[in-house]
Each structure stands twice: as C-alpha cells, then as structure tokens.
Design a binder for this molecule. Sequence first.
Ligand code: SF4
Length: 516
Amino acid sequence: MGDEEVLLGLDKQLHQGIDEAERVAKQARFVYVNRQQLVMRTIDVEQLIEADHPARAIWEFLGRVDLSGFSEGIQAYEGERGRAAYHPQLLVSLWVYSYSRGVTAGREIARLCETDPAYQWLTGMKVVNYHSLTDFRVQHERALRELFIEILGVLSGEGLITLERVMNDGTKIKAQASRQSFQGAKRIKEHLAAARRHVEALEEQAEAEVGQKLGRARERAAKESAARLEAALAEFEKLREQKPEVPEDKLRVSMSEPEARKMKQSDGGFAPSYNVQISTDQAQGIIVAASLSQSAADSKQLLPAITRVKENTGKLPAMVVADAGYTSGSNIKALAEQKIDFIAPVTDKLDQLKHRGVDPAFSKEGFTYDAERNCYVCPAGSQLKFQGREQRGDRIRLRYRAATAVCADCAWKPQCCPQTKCGRSLNRWEYEEELLSHKAKMKTAEAQAIYKQRAQTAEFPIAWLKEKIGLRRFRLRGLQKAGLEILWACATHNLQQWIRLCWKPQFLNAQTASSG
Ligand code: SF4
C-alpha cells in the first residue's frame, strides 16, 4: 500500500468517526406510543371486507331463502317492551361462516365478533353474546333440516345436482365421552342411587336457601347428572336387546354420554364415537344426505341413507357407489327393487379356505346348490345338509355340513377337508344368488372403472369435515346434538360449493362487464 492510499484510508476513518459522533450527539426521534388516550375512529362498515368476501356470499344466499323456521320461540315483538332478538339471518350466517373457517365454539365466535372484520361486517359492529349463539345452534333442528333441503333445492336449480351417481361413505367421529365413562349396569345403578340422594339433599337445602342462585344451579346440575344416569340405564337395556349374544356383565354404557358407542377407528384402536354417513352427488361433490348412527356396521346404513337422499332431493339416485362394507345380499336386493344400480365390491371371506389346507378344486364353486332340497352336493355326489342360520354382524349366514362318516371314507378327504374331524362344511349368505350375480357384475371393466371414481368423490367431503372444520370429535353430547353439528357442517360444505361454482363466477362476470 502506498503513502497516498494510507492517507486516504485515514481520512475516510476520520470522516466516519465524525459522522458517528454527530449521530450520538443528536437524539433520534421515534413515533410515540400512547396507551393512555381514548380514541374515536370512523369505520366504514361496508368497506371492512372486500367485495368478493365469502361472508357477503353467505349473507346474500341466506337472505334469499326462507329462515322463518328459525324464528320459532322468539318472545320479542314489534311495539312491545323487551330486548329485540337477533335475526335468524345473522345467527345462521355467523354459524355458517364460522364453520367454513373451522370455528365451532360459540365463545370463539362471540370473541371474533369484536375483533374480526368479517364478523364485524356480518354483525354491523354489534356484539353477539355466546349464549345466544350456542342456544341457537341446537334449538332449531327442524328449521336446520329445512335449510339443508332448501340449499339442495337451489343447487339443484343451478344444475349442480344430477343424482345420476351418488357415492356413499361412512366415517367414525369421536364423541365427547371418555373411555373411562363406560361402566356396567351395577356401577351405573350405584352412581344413580348416589345422584338421587344428592338431589334430595340439595332440594332440602334449597328450601332453606330460597332464592340462592348458586344453590339452584347446583340442584339443576345434580338433576341433570341423575337424568344422564337414568338414560344410561335405558341405553343399557337397549344394548342388551341389540346384543343378546354378549354376556350382560360384559356390556358397557357411557355414564356421561349414554348414546355414544365404542367403535373401531382407522388407527385400529377403539373410542367412543358415532358412525357418520355421507351421501355425495358425483356431479359437483354436493352432499345430498348426512346422518349419524350408533351402529358401527356400515351395511345397515345404506338403505336409510338412500331414503334420506330421496327425502332431501325428491328423487332416488340412478346409481349408488359404495365400498365393500356396504355390500350385502339384502342391500343388493333392496336397491335392485328400487331400480337403483349398485356398484360395490364383494369380499367373500367364506372362500378363503387356503389356510384350512383345502385344494382350490374343492372350493365352494365345486359344490352344487340344490335349492329344492336346501343342501349342497359335493364333487363326490354326497349331500351337505342344512345345519342352521347364524347372525354374522348385520348379515345372516346359513351353515351346511356333510356327514362325518361319509367324508371319513372319501378318497378326496385330504384335498377337500384335511383338517376337520367332522364332515366338510360350507356357508351360504342369505341372498347368495344376488351376491353371486353382483360379484359377476363387479368383474366387468365398466363397474370397475366406476368404482375407481368412488374414493375421490366420497372421501373429499369427509376429509373436508375432518381437516378443514376439524370435526374429529363432536363438541356436543348425544346423538341428536352431534347430528345437528353434522348438519351445520354439511350445510356449510354445500354453501361453499355454491360460492365456488355460482357466486364467485357471477361476481367475476359482473366485475368484467362493469370494467369493460
Ligand atoms: S370329503 Fe366329503 S364333502 Fe368332500 S368330496 Fe368327499 S364326501 Fe364330498
């Protein structure tokens, strides 16, 4: 480095030093934060959200449909004293918008009404208390069902529902009840006796403390607890009738949510749940029916689901597609009688004889069914006689067996029934003929191509309910209230489809026309 460069370097350092000294000497100035002041702001409520915000679409849609059913029970009248009620259009809009955002708690909605621009726009900057919201969600079952149907009517009018192909699927959603709340009849009776004693004690106490708010609240809670235990005992009786094969000391009912049932989950474990059935129209993925059941078996849910589709839309679907859990002879027969094409695979576990060492040549197909004598005839010409019927889950199977002595003397025993000491046995489902012809239909390329489309249509709404709304566990207890949650969620799903397929395109067209 030359002398000149050294001097230049020193000069630069000197100037930097002066700048730094000046900065230190001058006091920097910042925006002052004053939290001790009262501020009045002007808010243009209409401008709180964009012109194409979904809250506007929901409000607009609900303004067009008949919500008078939600006004039942309102005690405030024009010209009379008392606080005015919230309009059903507002409360339904708040719930639908909240469900669309995955908000399913009344308290959270009430909080958002104070802070979130979309909620402020919906309420016109008013506060809505959470009691009104939570009561409203469960108090209008009939009106909610009518709204669900009315939404379907609008979507059908727009050509979004064809009912040419309806996909049915089920999923288990956990109940509020815990596993530990499941007890046998003996424990429930003990708890009920204790709860009744507690209610009596509180009633005596309440007489001495007339007008005490806390005492009344305690008494109400104790009575509710006793009522729940009585309901648990009633459910126990119901369960005993439904499952006569299960010993009574093995039956369990939840004391906190008697209608919940332990069901197998997708992870293999068991949890208190309800079985949710969703029927989806393939044309645009609109949910045309939704319901809740206490039975874990899907196959029994198919016919009620089809009936609900008809109730909701006014007609039966031309085709129903479902997974193997719905395939049963009785379903095949019933759908055929209603002239509904049924597409669902058959998994015939009865044919799985490999593990019993049976030669494939001696599988069921090698035996002839004699309908007149109600028996099977084996390849050696011997009879397998009818032994009886047995319930397998929700299906009935008929059992047939060859005489022990006949098989023992048969040269084909090593290939036909090597491991049994008794004669060869066979099972036959009730409606076996229907099952066999259905099995043949499902082998066709056309049926397989249709079935391949099932997962995309049927599973999307279920994934939406679980992932978008977070409906993996019900917030409300009991079959009826959990059913309402599903209905709110499905109505929201369908309105979302209307926004996507109708409202948004119309909005964009109007915008293009006005700018052009
Ligand atoms: S083992 Fe029995 S059922 Fe099988 S072929 Fe012989 S006789 Fe018939």
